[in-house]
Ligand binder design. Structure first.
Ligand SMILES: Cc1ncc(COP(=O)(O)O)c(C=O)c1O
Length: 401
């Protein structure tokens, strides 16, 4: 029996080798990876440039301390400032830590303005992490249940509903920030309308609230631009990022600009590991390689091809509610729970995920080629069709409620 704590319902497969968008298990079976470690392996597996840079860095120095200058951290922050359009970067090790920093910044911003009990507007179905503050901000009872009392100071509204935000603005003078995942990942690939994002930003401007865009899953080039807010054409105040930032080396960052600049002062926040030379090498190499290999354009082109291919292959198939997403962040919503598809896909040599019970989620590495994208469609579409053709062994979602 394993001593690993049982917090994940794991598939009985262990990947021991990867190359590009391909994985091999212990028995030598080959899989097409359409998940990239849940949006982590930006450059795919075993990218020669990343392997070389990390190996060299390990031979030089892995960790020093934030008590000293870290030139590689400065280089990584410069690049992140360029791609975000924002000015200050705090480095940490994960998405929840980046979000925890964002929440602290919002509260400090409120206190600095004389709001004793600052509140943050958050969205239904959002996922921000599993620390106490981030699970409290998360819009899922499943994530929260058993961990009460929750952290206070969050006001929840539905996504894509500006009136709901206006109503909160009219009645709650403690609000200091809006915290939004512009494309909800765990919640089922729920895409914010761009006019909604712009409207939300305008409300934030009007009330001098912080606009905080959790781009942990949807950011870093996955949608064809570095960040989703860039599709909408404005600059947020706070942008937490992680996942794809280090192509597999654990690293997160809370990036701030606008009204949030200068809110954290020395002593307000910290992290022992955050921004160490090993992680910073991964960040610098990931961003430089993305630029040199044109991976944003590739994400858009191949992502669109996969979405179009799936939409065509599944058109008219009973049980398919919608194929949606942007670039390399795609979801196929079915009318019934479909967790079983993950196992069926593995048997067929394809790595996918199912989230929010009924949504097949694809988050491929940004290096996936168009031919490999076609292969994803060719492997996945027949599985989905066969699964949906089964007699109603799976209860329909509508009927289950
Ligand atoms: C949008 C978003 N925010 C935050 C997190 C939490 O990141 P981590 O698991 O690195 O703590 C996730 C993880 O799935 C996420 O998708």
């Amino acid at each position: 029996m394993s001593h690993v704590m049982n917090t994940y319902a794991r598939q009985p497969v262990a990947f021991v080798k990867g190359q590009g968008v391909w994985l091999w298990d212990e028995a030598g079976k080959k899989y097409l990876d359409a998940l990239a470690g849940i949006a982590v392996n930006t450059l795919g597996h075993n990218h020669p440039r990343l392997v070389h840079a990390l190996t060299e860095q390990i031979g030089r120095i892995i960790h020093s301390s934030n008590l000293f200058r870290i030139p590689l951290q400065e280089a990584a922050a410069d690049r992140i400032a360029e791609i975000t359009g924002l000015g200050e970067v705090f480095f940490c090790n994960s998405g929840l830590e980046a979000n925890e920093a964002a929440i602290k910044i919002a509260r400090k911003y409120g206190h600095d303005r004389g709001v004793a009990e600052p509140a943050i507007i958050v969205m239904e179905k959002a996922f921000h992490g599993r620390s106490l503050a981030t699970l409290s901000a998360t819009g899922s009872r499943k994530v929260q249940a058993g961990f009460e009392p929750l952290v206070q100071g969050f006001v929840r509204v539905p996504l894509n509903d500006l009136d709901a935000v206006r109503q909160v603005a009219a009645h709650n003078k403690n609000v200091v920030a809006v915290f939004i995942e512009p494309i909800q990942g765990e919640g089922g690939i729920n895409v914010s309308r761009l006019d909604y994002l712009r409207g939300l930003h305008a409300i934030c401007q009007q009330h001098e609230w912080l606009f905080m865009s959790d781009e942990v899953q949807c950011g870093l080039g996955r949608t064809g631009k570095w960040f989703v807010y860039q599709h909408a054409g404005f600059l947020p105040d706070v942008v937490p990022i992680a996942k794809g930032l280090g192509s597999g080396v654990p690293v997160g960052a809370c990036v701030v600009g606008g009204r949030a600049r200068g809110v954290f002062k020395p002593g307000n926040h910290g992290s022992t590991f955050g921004g160490n030379p090993l992680a910073m090498t991964a960040v610098v190499t990931t961003i430089d390689t993305m630029r040199e290999e044109g991976l944003l354009a590739n994400a858009l082109q191949v992502g669109d091809a996969i979405r179009g291919g799936l939409a065509a292959a599944l058109r008219g198939v009973a049980g398919v509610a919608e194929v949606r997403g942007m670039g390399m962040m795609l979801g196929i919503e079915l009318d019934r729970p479909c967790g079983e598809l993950v196992k069926l896909a593995l048997e067929a040599g394809l790595v996918i995920n199912v989230t929010a019970e009924t949504v097949v989620r694809l988050l491929p590495a940004l290096v996936m080629s168009e031919a490999e994208g076609r292969e994803v469609v060719e492997r996945l579409a027949p599985l989905a069709r066969d699964f949906l053709a089964q007699p109603a062994a799976q209860p329909r979602v509508a009927a289950a409620h």
